[in-house]
Design a protein around this ligand. Structure first.
Ligand SMILES: Nc1ncnc2c1ncn2[C@@H]1O[C@H](COP(=O)(O)OP(=O)(O)OP(=O)(O)O)[C@@H](O)[C@H]1O
Length: 254
């Protein structure tokens, strides 16, 4: 669980996050949605410890970041898995080496134990047998699954995903979404996921935070987002064709 209390963050004269209070639940896919420039990435980077809040606190499993010692901060970093846009695999490393990278960076395990874990996660994301392939030799969807395997290989407590679906066809995007949700449930991870994709909201929006101009303008679930009359959130989500179709179908009782 990550609890955010009165989070403010700005740059120069611009206040980007304007006092956000929100709890990202453990064992759930917690989505952040909102227009471009609403502050989603800045929010994520604050939780990753890449930006220092100007005001407010972020608590990781009820422990405020400001109380972490240097050693505890380092340990926290090892408990975070990250999945960025495009997957960001290392082109010069094969699949196995890519997935092993966090174990080499953050643990002192024996090579044989690392390899065992790498093969375990590759099997979990249905990529057994691809360890020796280079990223350029596999499809975009497979690359994304390698990136997921790398993000979870060190058994993170927190998983941060920034638009994990970008560049994928709708079918593959759904597979990736559901893989992230299943892994979240199986491993009781606090997953925070930024998305622009309304399909993802429908598929895996167990918890949704809607940001507007740096303010938490609405929060709820994928079921609630269809029922809300909140103008800001309806304007945003119904600009998507998919959502319009779903609402019309609901009104017709289909
Ligand atoms: N390092 C930085 N220095 C100065 N301003 C920044 C920095 N990072 C973000 N900003 C500003 O903060 C605001 C919010 O940016 P942010 O990237 O969080 O938006 P976003 O909601 O993630 O947008 P998008 O959906 O397009 O990725 C923008 O006005 C941006 O220019």
């Amino acid at each position: 669980m990550i609890q955010v209390k009165n989070l403010h963050k700005g740059f120069n004269e611009q206040e980007v996050l304007k006092g956000i209070n929100y709890t990202f639940e453990r064992g759930k896919t917690n989505l952040i949605i909102g227009q471009s420039g609403s502050g989603k990435s800045v929010f994520l980077k604050c939780m990753l410890g890449l930006f220092k809040p100007d005001e407010g606190t972020i608590e990781y499993d009820q422990k405020p970041y400001s109380t972490f010692s240097d050693e505890e901060q380092r340990e926290l970093r090892t408990e975070m898995g990250m999945l960025f846009q495009g997957g960001a695999l290392f082109d010069s490393m094969n699949v196995e080496e890519n997935v092993m990278f966090p174990l080499k960076m953050f643990t002192k395990q024996r090579k044989s134990d690392m390899l065992k874990r790498v093969h375990e996660v590759l099997e979990r994301v249905n990529l057994e047998g691809t360890g020796n392939k280079m990223p350029s030799e596999i499809s975009g969807g497979m690359q994304k699954r390698v990136a997921i395997a790398r993000a979870i290989v060190n058994k993170p407590k927190y998983l941060f995903c920034d638009e994990p679906n970008s560049g994928l066809d709708p079918q593959t995007a759904t597979v990736i979404d559901n893989l992230i949700m299943d892994l979240t449930h199986e491993n009781d991870i606090t997953t925070v996921l930024i998305t622009h994709d309304m399909n993802s909201v429908l598929e895996i929006g167990e918890r949704i935070a809607f940001l507007k101009d740096g303010v938490l303008a609405w929060k709820g679930t994928k079921d609630e987002i269809f029922k809300t009359d909140d103008q800001a959130v309806t304007e945003f989500v119904y600009s998507s064709n998919l959502f319009q179709k779903v609402r019309v179908a609901q009104q017709k009782g289909i």
